[in-house]
Design a protein around this ligand. Structure first.
Ligand code: SAM
Length: 259
């Protein structure tokens, strides 16, 4: 008897993720498997008064899963790295929090997201925010140059999460922070879900079991200081909702410190 192990096609996944988030950048009013935009941001806890001070175009393409900038507590003079910066909402808010002297580098692999974020930064005069093309598994920044790594709704999309946490640790100075929101699951997801590139691209298929997720962060050299569930986040399609209920797929925010 032979057994076959299904595998996720990572090339297909990258293409699907790029296509999906290209649409989020270009057609933010379309319906996706997940919510987007200002109503989502406000429900997750983003202060409306802060959102009023950044480009509306970044908010309309917001596709994050939780609020975590209170945990990041960004200060002036700090350098911030936003992994999977999308159209730039968290990057702009981080720049605002660390005004006037902090510096923010957003990294994303999807051209249309980058182009939109760059255009918005130029138009709104956010001179201390720059966006770089790249992968979160090997972000284009020098080692030990960053004070705080942030990320929202992105690491679940990576087929190599330990590489992402290791890259974050490398980028950070000793004592630096990792503050993020992401999707995890209470139970290990079955192959039928984890090998489905379309469920990955919708932020479900790549959800790592939460104890494994914590272990991967700790193995990269972090100590987790805060871990909280974001009950306000919900998936919108029936298929997504079923997986969510059955396997306890949920949004979390966390703060971890590099040892
Ligand atoms: C769910 S969206 C979140 C974007 C943004 N953080 C926000 O909250 O709106 C995921 C983003 O991560 C990017 N992304 C996904 N996997 C990536 C990878 N391995 N390397 C770089 N960017 C990635 C996508 O292009 C997309 O812009």
């Amino acid at each position: 008897m032979t057994t076959t192990t299904k595998r996720l096609d990572t090339g297909e996944l990258e293409e699907r993720v790029k296509r999906m988030y290209e649409e989020v950048a270009l057609e933010p009013d379309r319906e996706f498997h997940f919510e987007t935009g200002r109503p989502l941001a406000e429900r997750l806890g983003y202060p409306a008064a802060r959102l009023d001070r950044i480009p509306a175009g970044a908010i309309e393409s917001f596709a994050g899963v939780g609020y975590f900038l209170d945990l990041a507590a960004i200060e002036p003079e700090e350098t911030v790295l936003d992994l999977g910066s999308g159209s730039g909402m968290d990057s702009f808010l981080a720049a605002l929090a660390g005004k006037p002297s902090c510096r923010v580098i957003g990294v994303d692999m999807t051209d249309k997201q980058l182009a939109k974020a760059e255009r918005l930064a130029g138009e709104a005069g956010f001179a201390n925010v720059e966006f770089r093309q790249g992968y979160i598994e090997r972000p284009p920044v020098d080692d030990a140059t960053v004070d705080c790594v942030i990320s929202n709704g992105v690491i679940n999309l990576s087929p190599d999460k330990p590489a992402v946490f290791a890259a974050a640790a490398r980028a950070l100075r000793p004592g630096g922070r990792l503050a993020l929101a992401d999707i995890v699951s209470a139970k290990q997801l079955p192959e039928g879900v984890t090998c489905d590139a379309s469920l990955w691209a919708a932020c479900i298929g790549g959800a790592m079991q939460s104890d494994d997720y914590r272990s991967a962060i700790e193995a990269a050299g972090f100590e987790i200081e805060t871990w909280r569930e974001n009950s306000a986040y919900r998936f919108v399609s029936d298929r997504a909702d079923n997986a969510t209920q059955k396997y306890g797929v949920t949004s979390i925010s966390l703060l971890a410190r590099r040892r």
